[in-house]
Design a protein around this ligand. Sequence first.
Ligand code: NAD
Length: 291
Amino acid sequence: MTRRLSAQPFAKQITARATEIAARAIADARGTAPEIAVVIATSEPDSLLYVDRLLKQVSATGLVGRRVELGEAATEAEIFATLTSLSADQSVAGIILQSPLPSGVSREIVAAAIAPGKDIDGITLVNAERLADGTHDASLLPATAAAVMELLRAYEIPLQGRQAVVVGRSAVVGRPVAHLLELEGAHVEVAHSKTPDLGVVTRTAAVLVVAAGVRGLVRGEHVSPGTVVIDVGIHPSGDTIVGDVDAPSVEAQLGETGGLSPVPGGVGPMTSAILALHAAQAAERLVRRRA
Ligand code: NAD
């Protein structure tokens, strides 16, 4: 059977570490818990459900989650002004800008209003550039990309000198994962929607990260036996979710020497744990700065 690269128990350990760091920061702030602001300009049910879980996770660490609802009609100027004000707010340690944004709003433009030190989901250009040149702060990385790396680390998957393929090149997942894999010494190839024959590229991978946003895109014929596959995709399916990987056909092809992260139970819970950790580290930074 193919190895299942589940987030547990590692996500639980990371959350426990986040809670410890947050508790220290709150004690140093004489009992006042720093806030983590989540800015929402959508009414998409899946996105709102994600925010609910995120805020629960933030409160579980002891920090205060601040829900900033702007509505799906929010303009670029309104979102920019809100992010500017949260960036200057001394009680706010970290800021998350929830996706999707209203149509016509540029993520890049509004993200520029987030203070880089409060950018706990790594969406500002400043933090993306730091990642690209390897001078980044780990607590300001895009959380999903960091979660992919954490899963690979947790299962001791070797990366140095190995062929890694990333399917997807979005600014939030594909690109940062490709940079992080490169920094670990992997030889990285990125496939995307214009790649002529996906299987030709993905079959070369020792490590394959799939973040295309297309349900069941990667099937058995796209992988080679022994590959380790990380499935980032999330697609609602009845009362559960499925990924970008067609798990049954891929597992049959990977065999016993391969590995696959499950959906649900893989990148998703690891991402929540990493965000909690980034939030706690931002709280620690804020309290130190105020001291
Ligand atoms: P996106 O739509 O911004 O980017 C998708 C990328 O995949 C693009 O670069 C595109 O070129 C590429 N792509 C699309 N179709 C392709 C195809 N047929 N073949 C090859 N490449 C293709 O998506 P995103 O924000 O990067 O998210 C990707 C997936 O990850 C989505 O399913 C999303 O829901 C999920 N996601 C999960 C988490 C998590 O915590 N688990 C977090 C963020 C995103």
